[in-house]
Design a binder for this molecule. Structure first.
Ligand SMILES: Cc1cc2nc3c(=O)[nH]c(=O)nc-3n(C[C@H](O)[C@H](O)[C@H](O)COP(=O)(O)OP(=O)(O)OC[C@H]3O[C@@H](n4cnc5c(N)ncnc54)[C@H](O)[C@@H]3O)c2cc1C
Length: 258
């Protein structure tokens, strides 16, 4: 599929987040990326999935808890923390799985969750009960500090306001993530059910701008890989027709040779 996409030698720009989309008076769109690069185009296909992926940071006393050498946010590679005492904060399957996986190599693992109920599969909960993981719930982390020896002090509080202090070597925050649509709102898009409304040509409300994949919305939409592929084909063909109305409506990329 990649080879097929490269057939016409498109310019690939990777590791760049598009932060702005503006239309100039001459009709050209300008896409600006986080590094300040600007790309000029007459057509744009928005295919940003459910939005810009943002980690859900933990709010503590002094603001949001920042990542550090021993303070980790998921997703990350935790292979370097074997033989250490670790606290995992979270209550979803990912947190339960992470705590159990760590317990195979860590000295001690404590799973902290702010609700009574862990939101994981039945078999995961059964495995957790049999594992050496210490479960503390419902407890909220109120503060986190790093002492001079590099150990992490985790201050937790239960529903009755009873406070405890845990000292660990590493803290893993597994609070999931959210998708941010704010940048797209700034570009002038409006949303229905967190999607940019499109018609059956994948046209958005802006001339020459199309949407495909999870971000595109229309009645009976399925958020699936196959839908995204089909919508991308429609969007590319619509963009081509917009640039060149005489372009054929249907072409194949495979050829039958005699
Ligand atoms: C947990 C889970 C399980 C799923 N399982 C299935 C399944 O089994 N079968 C199935 O068919 N579908 C499944 N899906 C749905 C499927 O993943 C999506 O429908 C599909 O990935 C949508 O493709 P997309 O290209 O629209 O978005 P994505 O695959 O999300 O790609 C969007 C890309 O845009 C990038 N991006 C975002 N904002 C910007 C920006 N401002 N600038 C530059 N780049 C940006 C992102 O980094 C990302 O690389 C699942 C989804 C989830 C969350």
């Amino acid at each position: 599929m990649f080879e097929q996409a490269m057939m016409y030698e498109p310019t690939l720009v990777l590791n760049q987040e598009v932060t702005d989309l503006q239309r100039e008076e001459n009709g050209l769109y300008v896409l600006t990326t986080h590094s300040g690069d600007r790309h000029f185009t007459r057509t744009v296909i928005i295919a940003v999935g459910a939005g810009t992926y943002k980690i859900r940071h933990l709010q503590i006393k002094d603001g949001y808890l920042q990542e550090g050498e021993h303070i980790h946010y998921e997703p990350m590679d935790l292979s370097g923390i074997s033989g250490r005492r670790v606290a995992v904060y979270g209550g979803l399957s990912a947190a339960v799985q992470r705590a159990m996986a760590l317990s195979e190599t860590a000295e001690q693992v404590t799973l902290i969750h702010n609700r009574e109920q862990l939101n994981a599969l039945e078999e995961e909960l059964e495995a957790l009960a049999k594992s050496p993981v210490i479960v503390k719930k419902p407890y909220t982390i109120t503060d986190v500090r790093e002492d001079e020896g590099g150990r992490i002090e985790v201050f937790i509080s239960d529903a009755n306001g009873r406070d405890e202090r845990l000292v660990v070597d590493d803290l893993v925050i597994s609070h999931g993530y959210h998708f941010d649509l704010e940048p797209l709102k700034k570009w002038g898009f409006t949303f229905e059910n967190r999607r940019i409304p499109v018609n059956n040509k994948m046209e958005t409300k802006f001339e020459g701008v199309y949407a495909a994949g999870d971000i595109a919305g229309y009645p009976n939409k399925w958020r699936l890989i196959s839908s995204a592929f089909t919508e991308a084909i429609t969007a590319v063909n619509s963009a081509k027709k917009y640039l060149d109305p005489s372009a054929p409506s249907q072409v194949y990329s495979t050829f039958v040779r005699k």
